[in-house]
Design a protein around this ligand. Sequence first.
Ligand code: BTN
Length: 238
Amino acid sequence: MIGKKIYKFERLDSTNDYASKIAKESIEGTIVIADYQSKGKGTPGKTWFSPEGGIWLSVILKPKSASCISLMASVAVYETLKSLKLPVWIKWPNDVMVNSKKISGILTEAHGKNNAIVGIGINLNVSEFPEELKSVATSAMIEKNKTFNKQKVINILIKQLDKKYSLLKKRKGKLLEEWKKYAKIIGKQIKINTNGELIEGKVKDIDENGALMVEMTGGKVKKITTGTITLRNADFRF
Ligand code: BTN
């Protein structure tokens, strides 16, 4: 069960790093939360702005397969923020957005053979971002012009993670369907930068591992596992 054991801190360097230190001897579903992170980690190589007011937590999972763990978490975050009446959508692979700005990010790291550390950052009561993030990041507080009850939102998130993790284990197809609905990307014409290569095509589907299946001009389908969607044209508007 997710959240049966919760470790809370006022301050940590990174909840992901702390969680990986205790992963081995912890039960599955253990959560590490910090009010503030001094070295929050973003997707490889990047830092994650983690002031007080945000939700910065990591979940220790022991899945049989690490496939679709981040995707599962993005669906849980989506449901959580949707319940706050925020007009969220999922940007492949697992960023949660409001319009064209990111409100939540997920960083899953494998630890040892059986442990996956799922780090979730939600910009909840974050009133301001540094200059370099202003055009790409937003928070629930900025979008709704009010302060949210953080503990309540954490409780919703934990419930959703528990629900979606069960769904992933029991009915993965159903979880993938939900993701597809929330990501609104199937059938769209996209440009994507994957490992330095710019690919253009139409998204046909995602496969059972969450890879994007893009049909290129000429009909060839390419599976894409990493990358950044760099351009949104008229067909790719939410
Ligand atoms: C991303 O760049 O999109 C991933 C951001 C992940 C941030 C969260 S905050 C809690 C957890 N601890 C970290 O150091 N990072 C993740």
